[in-house]
Write a protein that binds this ligand. Structure first.
Ligand code: ZN
Length: 627
């Protein structure tokens, strides 16, 4: 600011100064805050000033001229990156009140476009009108908060560092905005000396934005401000975010937290954080090696925390694979030289594991957990598997799951085959072909009279379900569609499953099982051909609804099918032993709808293909009486 002044501004300054004398030294909450502002730069001394501010941990505000920002783009970027506030002081330092409307807008917008080169598009900038010359009309045209000042040491006049220092120190007060110019070398030295003195007096130097935010005040577009006096409020500085990283399946799960109300911005390639950086909305996966930078901010321009950096130079190890075959535990990891850690009680990153070196004999009824790591890797994700007491190896069915017992039973009995390597896909949908196969195996692979080839045009002669479909059709448990097709790969609906299982159960029990009227809220949606079946299976406790509804056209998971198969077996056995007691059969729909959460197996064949690749096994003793 130079000689010219506007009367209204002088009046405002007089009022402010008199208020400063009148104000008692209030018992302020928090420390004394002050904003030092540097105008008319950037210039040849600005880098030296930034070094000095950095050494002192001080944040300042720079009201830049567009024509100078144009010539010092890297200085603009440095000011912004180091947490100072970049602001607009017009392009060519005219008196805005003397310009046309378009002239005012051009001065502001041209400057914004040069500031954007350092701060990123979308950044908003406070404006200081040259000479403090403004009126209401100009303020509306500018469309940003207008920042004046309350301490003016006239550093442009007194080109002596000691004098500048003394004039700043003597006029400063809590909440002041100090005006100086970084285009004078004497101002750089004098202002840094003043900062040292004022810090020793308990002042904290903040940006203009922070001076207002911390006192709970907001800055309005078109409003003008010259100080932010203490009001008993200090919301405190912007704290750096906390970045935590954990390995997950060979990648890094990044979680970042910040204080209430602050946004989090981050980059993963080590680049500086500007307005165009990613905004954090929840934990995410990143690939190592990487360099994470994160800040929390109320405003990236002058309201940001210190930058937190986390560097990961090592790749994460591949998650190992567990396999148990013929009682021998093998753990493999694709990362060369990685150490594989395992445990029978749940491998923990914090220790208590064994190091795997070679295949190990293992007893049925053992749970295994493993991960890979070592000197050259970040820890991989953890993997768990189960070698069941019945001798079945599972990667995706663990004892903690509600479907563990029926899946283990169905797999060990040979009724349900996985897709190999311990993958049984408990959450997979059961197809019509699969259901026929499950029941055919359960029935003990009976001989059939029908030629299965060509019975249905869409049932190929060599699929795992070819003979089971013919058997189920021969027995009257299943029917084709009106067009002659069977659609073996179509997911079986709940009412279809009931009809098929009802037919099978009736053949096992030698009569019609008990039934009762249905009170499902959606009973009207049950097809007439399925109604008796649903009613009977409901009465027997083999199926039930959820929240009072049966959902007849819903699909059935492999875990649910295993439970139904187990109930059928238990029911028939209990009728043999004690006709009056169905026992406390849990219902297949009763357990909480926990979805299997194991990762998908690599290169898993399709559900039906997988069933087809495994040779049909004869059911063990438990099922033999059923055929
Ligand atoms: Zn100026």
């Amino acid at each position: 600011m130079r000689a010219k002044r506007v009367l209204s501004f002088v009046l405002a300054l007089v009022l402010l100064v008199s208020a400063a004398f009148a104000a008692p030294t209030a018992q302020a909450v928090g420390g004394k805050l002050i904003a030092i502002t540097y105008d008319d730069g950037p210039g040849p001394y600005t880098q030296r000033l930034l070094d000095g501010l950095k050494a002192r941990g001080v944040k300042a505000t720079f009201f830049m001229l567009g024509q100078r920002a144009q010539n010092y783009p890297s200085t603009v970027a440095r000011v912004y990156q180091e947490g100072h506030q970049v602001a607009n002081h017009s392009y060519s330092h005219p008196e805005l009140t003397s310009l046309s409307d378009s002239g005012v807008k051009n001065e502001i917008q041209t400057t914004n476009s040069f500031l954007d080169k350092g701060c990123g598009k979308g950044t908003s900038y406070l404006v200081r009108p040259p000479y403090g010359s403004m009126n209401h009309y100009t303020a509306q045209l500018v469309g940003a908060p207008l920042i004046l000042w309350s301490v003016d040491p006239q550093d442009w006049l007194y080109r002596n560092a000691e004098t500048v220092k003394n004039r700043i120190v003597s006029a400063s007060f809590d909440g002041a905005i100090v005006l100086v110019h970084d285009i004078h070398s004497t101002t750089v030295d004098g202002s840094l000396a003043a900062i040292d003195r004022l810090k020793a007096q308990g002042y904290e130097f903040v940006t203009v934005n922070e001076l207002f935010r911390r006192r709970g005040r907001s800055l309005a577009n078109g409003g003008s401000y010259s100080a932010s006096r203490p009001n008993g409020t200090d919301l405190g500085p912007v704290k750096p975010p906390e970045v935590s990283v954990t390995p997950e399946n060979g990648r890094l799960r990044v979680s970042i937290t910040a204080q209430q109300g602050a946004s989090i911005y981050y980059t993963l390639d080590g680049s500086d954080i500007t307005q165009t950086a990613a905004r954090y909305t929840g934990s995410f996966l990143a690939d190592a090696p990487c360099k994470i930078k994160a800040v929390s901010a109320y405003n990236l321009n002058g309201g940001r925390s210190e930058t937190v950096e986390k560097i990961f130079t090592k790749p994460a190890a591949s998650t190992p694979a567990i396999l148990v075959e013929e009682g021998l535990l093998t753990i493999t990891c694709e990362s060369p030289g990685a150490t594989v850690y395992f445990s029978y009680t749940g491998a923990s990153y914090s220790g208590g594991n064994q190091i795997y070196t070679q295949p190990i004999p293992i007893e049925p009824g053992t749970e295994i957990a493993a991960y890979a790591g070592g000197e050259n890797y970040l820890n991989s994700g953890r993997v768990q598997a189960m070698y069941s007491a019945r001798g079945t190896f599972f990667q995706d069915v663990l004892p903690k799951s509600w479907y563990y017992e029926p899946m283990d039973w169905a797999a060990a009995s040979g009724y349900m085959n996985g897709v190999g390597q311990g993958w049984f896909q408990p959450g997979g949908q059961v197809t019509r072909g699969q259901l026929a196969a499950f029941l055919y195996r359960h029935a003990g692979l009976p001989a059939i009279e029908t030629d299965p080839v060509g019975l249905f045009p869409d049932v190929a002669p060599d699929r795992f379900y070819t003979t089971p479909v013919a058997w189920a059709w021969e027995q009257g448990f299943v029917q084709g569609y009106g067009d002659g097709s069977f659609q073996p790969d179509r997911p079986v609906t709940r009412q279809e499953m009931c009809a098929v299982v009802f037919g099978y159960l009736r053949s096992l029990m030698g009569g019609v099982p008990q039934t009762q009227p249905l009170d499902y809220t959606d009973r009207d949606q049950i097809a007439p051909w399925a109604y008796d079946a649903v009613a009977s299976l409901t009465a027997l406790g083999l199926v039930n609804g959820t929240d009072g509804a049966f959902n007849p056209s819903g699909t059935t998971t492999r875990a649910q099918a295993a439970i139904v198969l187990m109930r059928v077996t238990e029911l028939v056995e209990s009728l043999d032993e004690d006709p009056g007691d169905n026992g406390p059969l849990p219902s297949p729909d009763e357990p909480k709808p926990e979805e299997p959460s194991q990762p998908e197996p690599p290169d898993t064949p399709s559900e039906s293909g997988g069933e087809g690749t495994v040779a049909l096994q004869a059911p063990k003793a438990k099922g033999q009486g059923l055929g």
